[in-house]
Design a binder for this molecule. Sequence first.
Ligand code: HEM
Length: 269
Amino acid sequence: MEERLNESPLIRDDEIFLRMNLAERLQHILLIITFTTLIITGLPLLFYEMKIFKSMFAFEKAFYIRGILHRVAAVILIVNIVWHSLYTIFTKRGRANFKEIIPKFKDARDAWEIFWHNVGLTQFLYKKGVFKKFFDRHPYWLFEKEPEFGRYNFIEKFEYLAVAWGSFIMIISGFFMWNVELSLRLFPLWVHDIFVIVHGYEAMLAFLAIIIWHMYNVHLNPEVFPMSKIWLNGKITGHELRTLHPLEYRKILEERRKAAERASRIKSP
Ligand code: HEM
């Protein structure tokens, strides 16, 4: 990402900030473990004809154990979500994070602007002299600068929401797949069939979203390659804040400026 803000003496580039505290990191690690287990123990049912899955269940009890593991991971996933919800409601930090992660109109605008910035079509046309007068009058449409993000960018917000709605769908459908009798007592058969179909397709969607979208953003993206370590140590540097979350950086800067002003007023009345 291009650097638009210069390093400030009030926030050194090597200063360390806490982005994920221990509770948040543990919730994330639990999510990784449960999600991976659910995928490994669920996908073989969807693709039971594939060789790799057939060999996974070579011994007699393997299929039974798979079912148990899927249910244990499902329960831990639910407990983790309850923990995260309580943390979000009852802690100051949890509420502040949640407030920041709610999508706003700016996020849609950021996505639109960064798309055209990366495509570079209007800048290309401008260089070729096409619609030059229009672009001179309306430089916005050149999308020369990347939008500035706050604590969470639109990608992170979308990922969070995707986990929230995906988990909701998987828990409801999985609950009724687990309790088939209850499901058939409450609903006609076609509703139960929908639970099974939705559970399978949402699992594939979630798997692909994590492998392609999330892994790119936190590993392969040149800004963080080979891996962002925030999920392990919770730390982010002043430099990373300045380049990746400049609006949050500006906010901290402003707070420090005010604090410094107050301190100097107290010293020299
Ligand atoms: C992100 C989380 C989850 C993923 C990726 C996932 C994935 C899958 C997949 C791919 C299947 C096979 C579907 C089919 O055969 O059409 C499956 C089956 C199943 N899932 Fe899930 N699942 C998740 C969460 C849950 C949850 C939360 C529950 C329970 C509340 C659950 C309970 C079940 C049950 C009972 C089955 C039927 C097969 C069996 O007996 O294991 N799943 N899951």
